[in-house]
Design a protein. Structure first.
Length: 224
């Protein structure tokens, strides 16, 4: 009888856990639907002022990213709906799971959509402060490790070098993996450098070493 009771209790707990999980996903889905279903042609309001520095017209034939009109990305059937909501100013990244999912898109293997998702990550880095700053570091690091040559071309396209410091600063601040030891930046640099070299040509070794050093210096920037 005791064994039967324990089995029954375990079943109930498991069912509750599954239901909570399901409810969470349903809520997240409804949240996303409510964001995306707003008319994309509707002008952004004052509350969308975070996009002021993005220099957008929200005309997909006028705005361009990586040399292509935004239309090229938006009309791709595989383009993520949350990414589209971000472009139109309907979704502002914040400290939630949707933001985590959005920024993770930057490391997609889809080379047609990757520039669009990288642009979103870059713009999120630009507006990051407070709790939001905890989110872009890992996606930025993963992108750097997976597509180092693309990253350097992207960083070099900004002659002011602001983008370079934005990326190294955010990785330095929140680009730690779970198994990283914060107090051992040299080991973190070594791991990051190995990943970047693995995915690029040897001619970039010196540049990669400099980049990883700027991301994880011996005295971390958040301690200064």
């Amino acid at each position: 009888m005791k064994i039967y009771f324990l089995i029954l209790l375990s079943f109930i707990l498991f069912s509750c856990s599954k239901k909570t999980d399901s409810d969470s996903k349903t809520l997240e889905s409804k949240t996303l639907d409510s964001i995306v279903k707003k008319s994309p042609k509707q002008k952004t309001s004052a509350s969308d002022s975070y996009q002021t520095g993005f220099h957008l017209t929200h005309n997909i034939e006028v705005d361009s990213i990586d040399g292509k009109p935004v239309k090229f990305y938006i009309e791709n059937k595989n383009c993520d709906s949350l990414a589209i909501a971000f472009y139109y100013g309907k979704y502002r990244p914040t400290d939630d799971n949707l933001t985590e999912n959005l920024l993770a898109l930057s490391s997609t293997n889809d080379k047609n959509l990757r520039p669009f998702y990288r642009w979103i990550l870059d713009k999120t880095i630009e507006i990051s402060d407070g709790a939001l700053a905890e989110y872009p570091g890992i996606p930025a690091r993963k992108y750097a490790e997976k597509f180092p040559e693309e990253l350097f071309n992207f960083l070099d396209s900004d002659t002011s070098k602001t983008r370079y410091s934005n990326w190294t600063d955010i990785i330095s601040y929140s680009g730690f993996y779970e198994n990283d030891d914060y107090n051992k930046p040299k080991l973190i640099r070594k791991k990051m450098e190995a990943e970047m070299i693995k995915n690029s040509s040897t001619k970039l070794q010196n540049r990669i070493a400099k980049f990883t050093s700027d991301c994880f210096p011996d005295v971390n920037k958040i301690d200064q």
